[in-house]
Design a protein around this ligand. Sequence first.
Ligand code: ARG
Length: 459
Amino acid sequence: MALWGGRFAEQTQRSVQDFTQSISYDKRLYKHDIAGSMAHAAMLGAAGIIPKESADAICRKLAVLKRRIAEGKMEFKVELEDIHMHIETALTEALGPEGARVHTARSRNDQIALDIRLYLRDEIDDLTKEIRTLQTALVKKADEHKRTVMPGFTHMQHAQPVLLAHHLLAYVEMLARDAERLADARRRINVMPLGSGAIAGTTLPIDREFVRKRLKFPKMTRNSMDAVADRDFACELLAALSIFAMHISRLSEDLILWMSQEFSFITFGDAFCTGSSLMPQKKNPDIAELSRGKTGRIYGDLTALLTICKGLPLTYNRDLQEDKEPLFDAIDTVHAILSVYPAMIDSMKVNKDAMLKAASDPGLMATDLAEALVRKGVPFRFAHHKVGALVKFAADHNKLLNELTLKEMKSVFPEADASMLKLFAPVHAVEGRDVFGATGFKQVASQVAFWKKELRFSS
Ligand code: ARG
């Protein structure tokens, strides 16, 4: 009979056990479940709710169980439903009535709320480190390419020349905000819910402060109903991971395009690509493609959890057991992406000549010409129009902008002078953009230096 079987006359059907179990996936919470039970038992002993000796025996046995589970020696069975009942049953089998005291003044409803918070706290710490590792790989590449000029795109059309370092650092900024979002979600995850019981707290004189301190939570939940019912903190984490994945997906898209034969801007090391079983010539950017693809499932995980929660009356409903698989899936997927992405970036080889050649399209410098007219006092909107007319003139005469003579330029706008003929070098265009946050050499070098300091590395 199950631990909760007192009021039941019949055994649960096997198919129902299979349907209701969560052990197949919540077993990964065993360390956090045990940490929570140790703190809870120690509190029960200290508060005189159970004998001190029982509390000590429970804590000692829990330490043994933790080792046994880590060594793969605990047998998981669907009859025991979830990780909480596996551990409680093992404890009671080993200690008899003493073990049976551990669940005093506790429900699985506040227990699971605690376990998830403990688990997510740890995962966020790991994910944050992994994001830093990716940022470091990107900053190192940026450092190597502080003077590598490439075309920048808007609408997927040549826009203006930029530095490759500037492009890469754009993603470093995005990743920094992703890490901030994780830290922000962590603040709301880091609240201690135990003591809320099933819904309304307990009649026993528990000491929630004791448990809070023991488990290193800065705060505890103020409302027991809220504590067992809500998973907004988990939704927030999934939202933060979705945004991270969106950034990775965009970076992946850039890299995939750059590696195409049409661009030929970059290539990755052989160890980071795979081939085709049919076409012998193929070398594909699979890591980037799969990361772009996996973004879809992370969005799916967020949508799943939001949908699970949206129709639930207060407080705990069994639907909430469905929170775990999307959470675990998103976290595993992000770990998986971050386990390969930094090394792939390290292996990236850049074809500087191809980038410079693409950036040498004189059309990319049309804005610079308009700004040169602004310097001569022409209002920008008129300058824009004049340069537009010049672009048309060049096209009509089958010439590129930098192939026009001064005389031809003057025929379109009389303000033209010889210095304007020299504006068409992409290096010059980059050099000229020297405002904070822009792509100028000095600005980008100082941003690289900023990030090296921020990420604490030198090379
Ligand atoms: N396995 C459950 C979950 O993940 C634990 C809480 C179950 N509570 C209950 N009264 N059945 O949500």
